[in-house]
Design a protein around this ligand. Structure first.
Ligand code: PGA
Length: 230
């Protein structure tokens, strides 16, 4: 199985997200049974988007991009895993933008992954060099079942720059991650993935899919990536 995960980041309100869905529907991408398509949306889009998605019967599964590391309680403004459980099957945690802009630590990221698993949501755990060891060690320390997570290697130099990492080098790091998690889970690559380069990543022996930022925002570009895998 191959995986294409879109990450809209802080883009598109609900109205725009529904227009995006109409756009994708009119392009009619070829959804292969061997490729799973997941779209990680802003919290505010998820319920309305899911509703329209089920009307269209399009084989896309939705995810969130963040979750609280805290359990339900007195935490004004926090969105807990328990709340997300009714809406999504996946949630990104530990994206480098959150680590950098919101001072998220590896300990918080591991706690988020634990909260998600307790609520039957698959964590999509983002990892980057040179912190891999510490980021993964913290998951084990919090007793996170890594076999129930997906992992994404996202070199910071490749995110949003138009300069993807060399696929062979990315595969080398994916193998390092695989070793650290006892080869138990899917490992994806993220950073300037396009319809033109996606195959060069997923054809590597330890890269199971891609996390796509900018090119998930345009239905034509995202459809191109889905079609490249079919
Ligand atoms: P990009 O973003 O595809 O725009 O480089 C990837 C990501 O940050 O998830």
């Amino acid at each position: 199985m191959k995986y294409v995960i879109g990450n809209w980041k802080s883009n598109q309100n609900l109205t725009e997200s529904l227009i995006w869905l109409d756009g994708l529907q009119s392009i009619k991408p070829h959804f292969s049974p061997d490729a799973s398509v997941i779209l990680c949306l802003p919290f505010t889009d998820i319920a309305g988007f899911n509703h329209k998605l089920s009307d269209l019967e399009m084989p896309i599964v939705t995810g969130a991009q963040n979750v609280s590391h805290l359990a339900p309680g007195k935490h004004t403004g926090e969105i807990t895993a328990n709340m997300l459980a009714e809406l999504v099957s996946f949630c990104i945690v530990g994206h480098s933008e959150r680590r950098r802009e919101f001072a998220e630590t590896s300990e918080m990221v591991a706690e988020k992954a634990r909260q998600l698993l307790e609520n039957s949501i698959t964590p999509i755990v983002c990892l980057d060099l040179p912190y891999l060891d510490e980021q993964i060690k913290e998951l084990f320390q919090k007793n996170v079942d890594v076999s129930r997570c997906y992992f994404v290697y996202e070199p910071i130099s490749a995110i949003g720059t138009g300069h993807p990492q060399d696929p062979v080098e990315a595969n080398h790091v994916a193998n390092q991650i695989s070793f650290l998690i006892d080869n138990q889970a899917p490992i994806l690559y993220g950073g300037s993935v396009t319809a033109e380069n996606v195959k060069s990543f997923v054809d590597q022996n330890r890269i199971d899919g891609v996390l796509v930022g900018a090119d998930s925002l345009e239905p034509t570009l995202f459809a191109g990536i889905i079609n490249s895998l079919s």
